[in-house]
Every structure is written in structure tokens, then in C-alpha cells.
Write a protein that binds this ligand. Structure first.
Ligand SMILES: NC(=O)c1ccc[n+]([C@@H]2O[C@H](COP(=O)([O-])OP(=O)(O)OC[C@H]3O[C@@H](n4cnc5c(N)ncnc54)[C@H](OP(=O)(O)O)[C@@H]3O)[C@@H](O)[C@H]2O)c1
Length: 248
């Protein structure tokens, strides 16, 4: 019983800390629309679940796509408008090679090293932002997660009191660093915070905004719909310099 109470306190304190450390954004003013539609886009995390959807849907939309991949053969998508750059997001020269000449960058970076402190998300994102700054690439759309910043607790009770405190505390802590780096950057950014991801089909209908998610129930969305929303952010300024939750 005592252990259970201590655990509850820890989980609640972690959720509060993730809320305070993470990005608190406001959707402010009516910013100008981006000049022209970005055509050349770089996708970071392209071999992952969301990343693969981003590549496929970006090609369907007619973009010139570059994919940054540690293992290009893992992508298994071939298309005349697709270029694959072999590289690691933690290796600045390879990130710079991939970013050079792009109009925009989308990131669906993630990893599975949950049980030890890591800085893969934050340091990888730092490299992307540095290269974007060096090559004057303006637009950055980055996938993080509900549960941090002003979305703390919005993954639902199961995630707030079990999954995040037991399995993902280090991972989510690094996400708070990642979001803060993005917010402090000079690029035109949009942070996209999905609920729990599924491999379901694209519905094309989902909810998005600042107050998305539930403090009680686990909210979900397919990677295909997250990719759809992320690609929409290339030419939509509704959430410019803000974090948008997204779920079904
Ligand atoms: N799973 C969920 O329910 C959930 C919910 C909300 C938010 N999210 C977040 O959404 C994001 C995408 O999740 P996902 O499950 O679609 O992605 P994922 O399948 O985990 O893919 C992650 C991608 O990041 C790449 N990557 C990892 N380390 C890298 C490095 N050092 N250099 C270059 N690329 C690297 C991976 O490449 P390799 O193929 O080489 O490993 C892979 O392409 C993650 O940030 C995740 O935390 C997930």
C-alpha cells in the first residue's frame, strides 16, 4: 500500500514536471502564409512507422522527397522523386548534407532505448536545427507526443500513471528538451503531438488543437493520419510556432 502511494506520488510529480519542463505554446496573431508551397522536403526518421507514411504521402502529393536513413535499404520505397541520404541524425555532417537545398524538414524521429537516459531526440533535433539555420531552411514540422508541456496528462490515466512513469520517463524527459530547443530556434516550426499511434489506415478525419487528448482515456490516431496532418502543416500557419495535439 505504501509503495503504491509513493508510486502514485512519483507518477503525478513526473506528469507535473513534464508539463512544466515542456513547451507551453500559444497560437498567436495571424502570421503570413509561407511563400510558395514547399516542394523539396527532407524527412528525418523516414524508415520508421510515421516516417514511412510521410515519405509515401509526400510523394503522392507531388513533393521532391529526401529521406535521411541510417540504413537506406530498410526504406524499401523507390520513386523517381525520392532521394535517400545515408546518415545518422547524431552526425552533423550527414544531417547537413541532407538539409542542404531543402524547402522544409519533417521529423518523425524516435527510438527504443527507453530504459536509460538518452539525448537522441534532443541532440538529433539540435543538429537538424543547426543545419536548417546554416542553409536558411525555414519550415520545421516535428512529431513529439501528447503528455508534455501544456498537454501533460492528456494521454489518459493509463499512460500518465503507468506507461510514462514506468517505461518512458527518460524518453519523455528528452522530448521536453527537444521541444524547448525547437521553440528557442529561429525556424518556422510546428510541433505535432499525437496520441498513441496505430498502424491503421488513413481516415483523413481527426481532431487537432491545443486542448486535444483526454485526462481519462487513452487517445489514439494512426501514423497515416499523423503524416497527413504533418504534411498539411507545410503550407498552413494555424499552428505556426505552436504545439498542436492530434488524435481521432
Ligand atoms: N508509439 C506511440 O504510440 C507514440 C505516441 C505518440 C508519439 N510517438 C512519437 O512519434 C514519433 C514517431 O514514432 P514512430 O513509432 O512512428 O517511429 P519509429 O517507428 O520508432 O521510427 C523512428 C525513426 O527514427 C529513426 N532514428 C532513430 N535514431 C536515429 C538516428 N540516430 N539517426 C537517424 N534516424 C534515427 C529510426 O531509424 P532506424 O530505422 O534506423 O531505427 C526510425 O526511422 C516518436 O518520436 C515517438 O516517440 C509515439
Amino acid at each position: 500500500m505504501k509503495f503504491f502511494l509513493v508510486f502514485l506520488l512519483y507518477a503525478a510529480a513526473l506528469s507535473v514536471a513534464l508539463g512544466r519542463r515542456g513547451l507551453r505554446s500559444t497560437v498567436g496573431g495571424v502570421p503570413p502564409m509561407p511563400e510558395g508551397r514547399p516542394t523539396r522536403i527532407l524527412i528525418v526518421g523516414a524508415t520508421g512507422g510515421t516516417g514511412r507514411q510521410l515519405v509515401e504521402q509526400a510523394l503522392e502529393r507531388g513533393h521532391e522527397v529526401t529521406a535521411l536513413a541510417r540504413h537506406p535499404s530498410a526504406l524499401r520505397i523507390e520513386h523517381p522523386r525520392l532521394t535517400v541520404v545515408q546518415g545518422d541524425v547524431l552526425d552533423y555532417p550527414s544531417v547537413e548534407t541532407a538539409v542542404r537545398g531543402q524547402d522544409a524538414v519533417l521529423s518523425a524521429l524516435g527510438h527504443k532505448q527507453f530504459f536509460r537516459p538518452t539525448r537522441i531526440l534532443s541532440e538529433g533535433t539540435r543538429n537538424v536545427l543547426r543545419a536548417m539555420d546554416a542553409h536558411r531552411v525555414r519550415r520545421f514540422v516535428c512529431e513529439t507526443a501528447l503528455g508534455i508541456g501544456d498537454s501533460a496528462g492528456r494521454m489518459g490515466l493509463y499512460y500518465t500513471f503507468f506507461v510514462i512513469p514506468v517505461i518512458l520517463p527518460f524518453y519523455f524527459w528528452d522530448k521536453t528538451r527537444q521541444e524547448r530547443l525547437i521553440a528557442a530556434s529561429g525556424v518556422d516550426w510546428v510541433v505535432v503531438r499525437p496520441g498513441v499511434l496505430t498502424n491503421g489506415a488513413k481516415r483523413g478525419r481527426y481532431r487537432h488543437g491545443r486542448n486535444i487528448g483526454s485526462f481519462l482515456w487513452t487517445v489514439r490516431i494512426s501514423r497515416a493520419d499523423v503524416a497527413d496532418f504533418m504534411l498539411n502543416q507545410l503550407s498552413d500557419n494555424t499552428y505556426l510556432r505552436a504545439a498542436a495535439g492530434v488524435c481521432w
